[in-house]
Every structure is written in structure tokens, then in C-alpha cells.
Design a protein around this ligand. Structure first.
Ligand code: LMR
Length: 396
């Protein structure tokens, strides 16, 4: 049965974790996967999460099956976070939100549903994009192409190219967009440029699928989420995948969501019924704990305020590490102007280093980033920054 099964390549991101775990270099630093570590190099367990969990432990609850679409209080909290609790689109019942197994799960549910409603559509992802975008949509049966996004020569977004590619797309094309903190480049488009993207999506009758895995890591929760309101105001039917892996430091709980904006309440109910079939035939219904924690925090004003404070601290620390990286590289002898690192946003820096340089960093220094030159600056800290800067300087 398995004699012809080929060995698949390692995952370009999570495969690095496996390699990192096996590396015996005592100075090793993992800047591969997008995970936030605190200044002591520890994965934080947020206080808001601990408080919610303590309250849950004080009143232990049995674990029955959740509804197929997840915890009602969770789905409502996601709607409020993503669209605004008092927004017309939520109040008029046009949003269908389902709890998902992380942001990846939200993308997968959306992709499977889209394959049913738009079987002949092609999907466009940004060039470059998060490696898993292509794989998820291909595995759902779509042909996946790309729209221009990053211009290596100018270290900025090739917005003209992006817009031209969107305008040239066939009607019905599904366009995967990064709502904020573009992964992997760290370069976002401006609010005015979003308006132009939205106009193109509308004029060309494209379907926008916004991946929002880093809300709160750019400029703030509301600021990063503002783009969703723009799409809604334009009257578009959109998909939004949400992840709380990073913003709640709940990576292993797989807490995410998919929200779909329909044209009216009746349409939204029909969409929800189809999303539930996708979920039921994949994994039946979601797990309890992570969703219950996030719902408890988002629905409690004090815990919510604590979450915003803790998320803000993560955001500020990442920005500080960007500056320290720029300064440290200069001090380590890198001649090239690296100040672009501080204009990037979110967890990642697209360093501009080649695959060869990244492989050398890994093999000679135990400093792990992806082959594309992406480094997770959220894993830098005051103890490893000098070592990382010196390692980079040596491969420059
Ligand atoms: C990343 O890009 O490193 C994260 O989104 C983690 C993942 O699942 O790839």
C-alpha cells in the first residue's frame, strides 16, 4: 500500500522547529516560527489567561460536545472584536462566525466552503505570502497564483504591481489579503492604499479573504482591525480568519475563527449552515478550553483591559527589539543601512538575507530563520540580541 509513498519535504516553518529542537548548539536561537517570547526567552502565559483559567478551575465544568460552530459567547466576542459590537453588520445578523482550530482552521473552513460555492475560481495570494496559504487553498482544490506585493530592490510594497494584478484578475477570483502585519515581509499597505484595493475588489467582483492572525501586533487592536470596517462599509461579502494564537499566547490551544459577511440575515443563516457541514465532516466540533478562555477574557471588562495591556506590552517590546537589532547590527560591523527593520511591523522582519546566508546562520551559529530570510523579531531579547547580531554580521 505504501511502497510508492514519497517522503514529503519538511514544513518550511514548523520543520525548522524540529531541526531547532535537535540542535545541540547551546547558543541556539529560534527566529523561525512566529512565536512571541518575553525578554527572558520564555513563552508568556498571560495574566488575563491565568485569571480566566483560575475562575474556571474554581467552578469546574464537565466537557460536553460544543455546538458545531463553537461556543456562542466566543463567536459573539469574535464578531464584536472584528466588526464592532454595535456595528450594523453584526446587529443586522449579516455575519456568520464559527470557532475554528486556530487561524489555519479558519482559512481551511473558508477554503473548503469557497470550493463549494465558487468551484471554478482561482486564488491569488501575495508574493511572497505565508507559506501555508498556498498549500491550504491548493489542498482545497484551487489553482493558486499570486499578486505582486514585495519589491526587494526598494524594500517596500510594490503597490502599483499589486493593484495592477488585482485589476487584471478574472471576476470571482479569491484574493487572500493580510489584514495587518504582513507575513513574511512586515510591510503593510497604507489606509489610502487599502481604499484602492477595496475599489479594485469591488469593481472586478473579486472575493476578499482577509487573514488576521496578528491583530494588535501592528499599531493596536482597533487600528489593526480598521481595514475590516472599510471592506464592510464598501458592502462587500468578505471572509475573515482570526487567530488568537499570538495575541493570547495560546498557540497550543488552537483558538481561531472564521467570519463570513453575507448580504442579509437569511443569506448569513444559509452560509452558516454550510460552514457547519464543512466543520462536521472535518472534525465534528471544536475543543472547549481555548475558546472558553478567550471568551471569558473578551467578555469581562477587567480581563479585557488586562489583555489589551499585556498585548500592548508585547507590541512595544517587539518594536524595541527592532531598534536594538538595527543598532546591534551596526555595532557588529554591518555596513549596510538596516534601518528598514524599524519600518516593518508585526512579528517578522524580512531581512533581505539569501537562502545561503540563512543556512549558514543555522548551521554555523544555531540562529534559525526561514530560508526566505524571514526572522521572528518577537523572539529576540536582551540576552540573545548581541549573539544574533554578531552571527548575522559574520554571514554578511
Ligand atoms: C508563522 O508564520 O511562523 C506562524 O504563523 C506559525 C505557523 O503556523 O506557520
Amino acid at each position: 500500500l505504501f511502497s510508492a509513498v514519497e517522503m514529503a519535504p519538511r514544513d518550511p516553518i514548523l520543520g525548522l522547529n524540529e531541526q531547532f529542537a535537535a540542535d545541540t548548539n547551546p547558543s541556539k536561537v529560534n527566529l523561525g516560527v512566529g512565536v512571541y517570547f518575553d525578554d527572558n526567552g520564555k513563552l508568556p502565559l498571560l495574566q488575563c489567561v491565568q485569571a480566566a483559567e483560575k475562575a474556571m478551575m474554581d467552578k469546574p465544568a464537565a466537557r460536553g460536545y460544543l455546538p458545531i460552530d463553537g461556543i456562542v459567547a466566543y463567536d459573539n466576542a469574535v464578531k464584536a472584536l472584528v466588526f464592532g459590537a454595535d456595528s450594523d453588520v453584526v446587529k443586522s445578523g449579516r455575519v456568520s462566525t464559527v470557532q475554528a482550530i486556530g487561524g489555519t482552521g479558519g482559512l481551511k473552513i473558508g477554503a473548503d466552503f469557497l470550493k463549494k460555492v465558487s468551484p471554478g475560481a482561482t486564488v491569488l495570494i501575495s508574493d511572497p505570502s505565508w507559506e501555508n496559504h498556498r498549500a491550504i487553498f491548493q489542498n482545497a482544490g484551487f489553482e493558486v497564483g499570486s499578486y505582486r506585493y514585495y519589491d526587494a530592490a526598494t524594500r517596500s510594497v510594490n503597490f502599483e504591481g499589486m493593484l495592477a494584478d488585482l485589476n487584471a484578475a478574472a471576476p470571482g477570483t479569491i484574493v487572500v489579503l493580510h489584514a495587518c502585519c504582513h507575513n513574511p515581509t512586515g510591510y503593510d499597505i497604507t489606509a489610502a492604499q487599502w481604499d484602492q484595493v477595496i475599489a479594485a475588489v469591488k469593481a472586478k467582483n473579486l472575493t476578499a479573504f482577509l487573514d488576521m492572525a496578528y491583530q494588535g501586533f501592528g499599531h493596536g487592536i482597533a487600528e489593526d482591525g480598521a481595514v475590516i470596517g472599510k471592506f464592510v462599509a464598501a458592502g462587500l461579502n468578505i471572509f475573515v480568519s482570526t487567530s488568537f494564537s499570538k495575541s493570547f499566547s495560546l498557540y497550543g490551544e488552537r483558538v481561531g475563527a472564521l467570519s463570513v459577511v453575507a448580504s442579509d440575515k437569511d443569506e448569513a443563516a444559509r452560509v452558516l449552515s454550510q460552514l457547519k457541514i464543512v466543520i462536521r465532516t472535518n472534525y465534528s466540533n471544536p475543543p472547549t478550553h481555548g475558546g472558553a478562555v478567550v471568551a471569558a477574557v473578551l467578555n469581562n471588562p477587567e480581563l479585557r483591559a488586562l489583555w489589551e495591556k499585556e498585548l500592548g506590552e508585547m507590541r512595544v517590546r517587539i518594536k524595541e527589539m527592532r531598534q536594538k537589532l538595527v543598532d546591534g547590527l551596526r555595532a557588529a560591523g554591518v555596513q549596510q543601512d538596516m534601518s528598514f527593520i524599524t519600518t516593518q511591523i508585526g512579528m517578522f522582519s524580512y531581512s533581505g538575507l539569501s537562502k545561503d546566508q540563512m543556512v549558514r546562520l543555522r548551521n554555523e551559529f544555531g540562529v534559525y530563520g526561514t530560508d526566505t530570510g524571514r526572522m521572528c523579531v518577537a523572539a529576540l531579547n536582551s540576552k540573545n540580541i548581541d549573539y544574533v547580531c554578531q552571527a548575522i554580521a559574520k554571514v554578511f
